[in-house]
Design a protein around this ligand. Structure first.
Ligand code: PLP
Length: 459
């Protein structure tokens, strides 16, 4: 096949590509002999340049894909539950869940059934009309949120397609609210160091990471950066005349799996009330069961509840969907035409969203998340006790967990070693390795994955 590619050169490029992809496909077809016997716990480096993987990346993917991601020589082809397979038919335990997305695991049967059934009925119809699944999802989100000690005065939902879009809606709603209360000067935001809210111009403006922001400056003006868990830093920045919104992740994900104190969030809510600013909780990573409760803010008393909650990731188990949930106070300033999206609330995504919310809130799903969390944490503590010079802290909650490594430890090397041994993990800020597996990860996958991790940290 490689010879085929070389022989055809650019003239036969299209055909060659088709031929290549057909070969690639058959190599992971579940009916093929090799697919029945995946190679597990390999201890082999990433695929070579000469392999199918290397050739696919160099000849088909890289030449035509913009250069915005750094990726290893790894092409993933299919997954089941907490296991995922590559083009070389190597099997990996997946502690990443597509960055906290596939909460019910890969190829979840319920999701697959809905995809098939709904795709035969109606995938899309635009927001010019109502559709059944979108209405059902909105109503389910409100009712389940209240049942699970979430946003106690939740009122309405805006459906969209990603986390960034959910935050973009939240920022626009806060602007509209601010202007309705304080005119054109009440348009500023407060965000927090080490937070991550997305990459669109609005969401990026409240993501104070110079690496992400600098190439695209100037961003939206009037964004101030406070310190999480430091209420004085907020007091210095908040103003009744200027602040329309305060956005925070109740548990920071990308920034290093950092918990935010309950007392601080109670204080933040109080400050927002005093200054009539909207409080936005970005639960895109930490929400929907990941913290061990439906929402990270379900752990908090009502007096720390926000005005807006944003969600995405787990909501679609991999199907792109996001949502912005608001209270009556926010809803009251919104009018027809204020915001919109072509795909948001499409019947297919919305039906999957409903299914995911049902599964997460079914007893004893969340209790099991907490049991699995304990299993991780117990082992993490053992590893940390054995390597105090390398691991400074075990962090996080539920199945959003992190190991904080000392500055001198090269965590990218650990990630690479784990991958070579059949375990996928990811990093986060502050030299942290982040663990965000499927929420229903089987105990066996936890044990096997942690054994690989321990081995790779020891090396
Ligand atoms: C807390 C948080 N907010 C927003 C986003 C952006 O979401 P998306 O990548 O779906 O646009 C992310 C993504 O990692 C996130 O973790």
């Amino acid at each position: 096949m490689l010879r085929y590619l070389a022989r055809n050169g650019s003239a036969g490029h299209r055909l060659a590509r088709r031929g290549f992809l057909a070969t690639v496909h058959s190599s992971y077809s579940t009916t093929s002999e090799t697919a029945k016997k995946p190679k597990t716990f390999h201890d082999t480096a990433d695929a070579s340049e000469e392999s199918h993987t290397g050739q696919f990346i160099e000849k088909v993917s890289k030449p035509y894909t913009v250069t915005t991601y750094a990726r290893p020589n790894l092409v993933l082809t299919h997954g089941k539950g907490s296991y995922i397979y590559d083009l070389e038919n190597r099997k990996y335990i997946d502690f990443t869940a597509g960055i906290a997305v596939t909460c019910l695991g890969h190829s979840n049967e319920g999701v697959t059934e809905i995809l098939q059934d709904q795709s035969e009925k109606l995938i899309h119809c635009s927001n010019l009309y109502y559709n059944l699944p979108a209405g059902e999802l909105a109503s389910k989100l409100i009712h389940k949120t209240k049942e699970h000690n979430g946003l106690h005065d939740a009122s309405k939902v805006f459906l969209c397609n990603s986390g960034t879009e959910a935050n973009e809606a939240a920022l626009k709603f806060a602007r509209k609210y601010g202007k309705s209360k304080g005119g054109d000067s009440k348009v500023e935001f407060i965000t927090f160091s080490n937070s991550f809210h997305g990459r669109s111009m609005g969401a990026l403006s409240v993501t104070p990471n110079p690496k992400y922001q600098a190439p695209f400056a100037p961003l939206i003006p009037g964004v101030h950066v406070a310190e999480p868990n430091n209420i004085e830093s907020v007091k210095e920045l908040i103003s009744s005349e200027k602040t329309c919104g305060v956005i925070i992740e109740p548990i920071q994900g990308e920034g290093g799996v950092n918990l935010v104190d309950e007392n601080f969030l109670v204080g933040l809510r109080k400050l927002c009330n005093e200054h009539d600013a909207l409080l936005i909780y970005d639960e895109i990573q930490c929400g929907l069961g990941r913290s061990g409760k439906l929402w990270a803010h379900s752990h908090l008393p009502h007096e720390a509840h926000p005005d807006i909650v944003t969600m995405a990731k787990a909501l679609g188990n991999g199907f792109p969907i996001g949502a912005t949930m608001v209270t009556e106070k926010v809803e009251n300033v919104l009018s027809v035409g204020d915001h919109g999206t072509t795909y948001g609330g499409n019947p297919l995504g919305a039906r999957i969203g409903s299914y995911v919310v049902d599964e997460i809130t079914k007893e004893p799903f969340l209790q099991k998340v907490n049991e699995k969390s304990e299993k991780f944490v117990t082992k993490f503590n053992q590893i940390a006790d054995a390597h105090p010079e390398k691991i400074l802290e075990v962090k996080g909650k539920g199945l959003l967990l992190g190991l904080q490594f000392a500055d001198g430890v090269d965590i990218n090397k650990i990630v690479e070693k784990c991958r070579e041994n059949g375990l996928l993990i990811i990093t986060a800020g502050m030299n942290t390795i982040r663990f965000v597996p499927a929420l229903n990860i089987p105990d066996e996958a936890i044990d096997d994955g942690l054994a690989i991790l321990e081995h790779c940290i020891e090396q």
